[in-house]
Design a protein. Structure first.
Ligand code: NAG
Ligand code: NAG
Ligand code: NAG
Ligand code: NAG
Ligand code: NAG
Length: 508
């Protein structure tokens, strides 16, 4: 009797916990080690734990092992890509296998991308974007997990071409693009704007036109390239009568009708110069599809109209990549500069029929939303800093406090220190914390917001002095004390990080 009495409450506890197992717990129980680990790296675990309902198509460890090496490398070296690929495996609604239909398109957590379900009754198989479900309906408290045997292909690489192949209304165009072998052109160098005719549009062609076009690659290529414009044009950025030069060399004329109630949006529009100023390595990344074209473009558009008069310092603007990234507005009264993620807004508030265009002087890079502490861990040349931050327990501040500006010394900067200095620092947490606090400023200061001679009060309470030199062509060179800011500023969830080439020490 006694034995039963003890056993019974224990069983209750266990089953109560079963009820509260969220989808992450379910994945752990299914021993999906790679996936659980990668979700952690991509910082997606909290989103799935907190979701009210979701469906995860969860690749097995074997599925991850099968990924080609070059893609594996990209996944591990590019957190944004990883995040996208994983977000593409989950849907914000719960679908048990019995809820799924053949050819159903499920929204994914990667906004704008859908996955296609297919059901093959003859073999009793369900596939998600072609990947077979091997173990369906693992129910958790806030959703369901279906194990799949392959990581979902094609990856939502977000190039214009892959966008076409995922859209049900563009199957004719997709066939035509394949036929003309234009896919590789659209996949490559950009940015492009594609005016994509729908199936309905093709069906309006005179009888016989489409079949004969599909037979003549030269003619087909001409027609298709006439739909592609070099540059980025969102509807809000087009004006009535504007002419756009196409890749085919002919021009398209825009007719803009202001429709009341049409969707509004905000475009942060980089100038042509901004595109040409992109560093060579970024251009290369864009070409290779690593910093992916579509996401870069989507990152420049907000689904709401937002005028500069409604902005306050540190105002956050949601973008079409909402799930992944947003833009931080900063206002610097001293220099009268407004920046969007550090890019100067040179010409704000250009009203368009269905929104507003703010012209900016640098292309914005979509960054995964991560804290400064996480960014440090992600960047290769900040290994020593990462170690030092951990030693001092300073990660708590760089994770949770904000908005902050953090000046991050590179490994080379630490190398320049006399051996004894670093060794002594590592032994004395108080001193180490002082040094790190001296690299930290309350408030978000992008380079464009700093002026020559400006003093920044640090958390250590000593000040840093800014030296700003404008060099024509290459923007401005900024130094804090004797440290030079190198490379691009890194936007973070709780502020901004600048990489510097020298470790700073507070004055005695
Ligand atoms: C296809 O077109 C229909 C009708 O215009 C629209 O409702 C639907 O959202 C479109 N589908 C996609 C994937 O764009
Ligand atoms: C195309 O041909 C079909 C019948 O073959 C006819 O019903 C249709 O009206 C024609 N369409 C056009 C645009 O000529
Ligand atoms: C294919 O199209 C091109 C360009 O429109 C044209 O010059 C050529 O004569 C066509 N070839 C055939 C075999 O119809
Ligand atoms: C857009 O504006 C509306 C009304 O001001 C607001 O409710 C909504 O949250 C905004 N959406 C985004 C994505 O900022
Ligand atoms: C550690 O550093 C603090 C601050 O620089 C200093 O006051 C203290 O004496 C140092 N402690 C040791 C043991 O060196």
């Amino acid at each position: 009797m006694k034995f039963l009495f003890i056993l019974f409450p224990l069983l209750c506890v266990v089953s109560a916990r079963e009820d509260h197992h969220d989808v992450i717990d379910v994945m752990r129980n299914l021993q999906l080690r790679s996936l659980v680990q990668l979700l952690e790296v991509a910082d997606l675990t909290p989103s799935l734990e907190d979701a009210d309902s979701c469906t995860v198509f969860a690749p097995s460890d074997a599925a991850f092992a099968k990924i080609p090496d070059d893609i594996k490398k990209q996944l591990l070296s590019n957190p944004l890509f990883l995040r996208e690929v994983l977000a593409f495996h989950a849907s914000p609604k719960e679908y048990m296998s019995t809820d799924l239909k053949n050819n159903q398109l499920l929204d994914t957590l990667l906004k704008g991308f859908v996955m296609r379900i297919n059901i093959y009754p003859s073999t009793n198989t369900i596939t998600a974007d072609g990947s077979p479900v091997s173990n369906a309906d693992n129910k958790g408290s806030n959703g369901v997990v279906h194990v799949v045997d392959q990581v979902l292909y094609p990856f939502p690489t977000g190039t214009v071409d892959s966008e076409i192949s995922h859209n049900d209304n563009l199957t004719v165009l997709n066939t035509a693009v394949e036929k003309a072998d234009l896919a590789s052109a659209l996949d490559g160098e950009g940015p492009f704007t594609l005016f994509a005719p729908t199936n309905d549009a093709f069906s309006k062609l005179p009888n016989g036109t489409l079949p004969s076009l599909l037979k003549n690659v030269t003619a087909l290529t001409e027609v298709l390239t006439y739909h592609v414009v070099s540059g980025v044009y969102y509807p809000a950025g087009l004006s009535d009568g504007e002419k756009l030069k196409t890749l085919q060399k002919g021009s398209l004329v825009c007719h803009v009708n202001a429709k009341p109630g049409s969707e509004s949006c905000t475009v942060f529009a980089p100038t042509d110069e901004a595109f040409s100023n992109l560093p060579a390595d970024v251009r290369k990344q864009l070409r290779e599809g690593r910093l992916l074209l579509l996401e870069v473009l989507m990152f420049h558009v907000s689904p709401n109209t937002t005028m500069s008069t409604s902005w306050k310092n540190n105002y956050i603007v949601a973008t079409l990549l909402e799930y992944l990234c947003s833009i931080r507005i900063n206002i610097y009264p001293s220099t009268r500069v407004i920046t969007a993620d550090g890019s100067v807004i040179s010409n704000p508030d250009n009203r368009a029929s269905n929104g507003v265009v703010h012209v900016i002087n640098q292309v914005l890079y979509p960054q995964p939303i991560q804290s400064i502490a996480k960014e440090i861990d992600n960047i290769k040349q900040l290994k020593e800093l990462s170690r030092v931050v951990e030693k001092a327990g300073f990660g708590r501040i760089l994770n949770d406090a904000g908005p902050l500006t953090f000046f991050a010394p590179t490994d080379d900067a630490f190398q320049k220190l006399p051996d004894a200095t670093l060794q002594n620092l590592l032994k004395n947490v108080t001193a180490l914390t002082e040094v790190l606090s001296y690299h930290t400023v309350s408030g978000v200061y992008y380079k464009a917001g700093l002026s020559d001679g400006q003093e920044l009060m640090t958390l250590q309470s000593g000040t840093l002095e800014c030296h700003v030199r404008h060099t024509p062509g290459s923007g401005s060179q900024v130094e804090v004390n004797e440290a030079k800011i190198v490379g691009l500023s890194v936007p973070a969830l709780n502020g901004v990080m600048h990489v510097i080439d020298t470790v700073l020490f507070p004055p005695k």
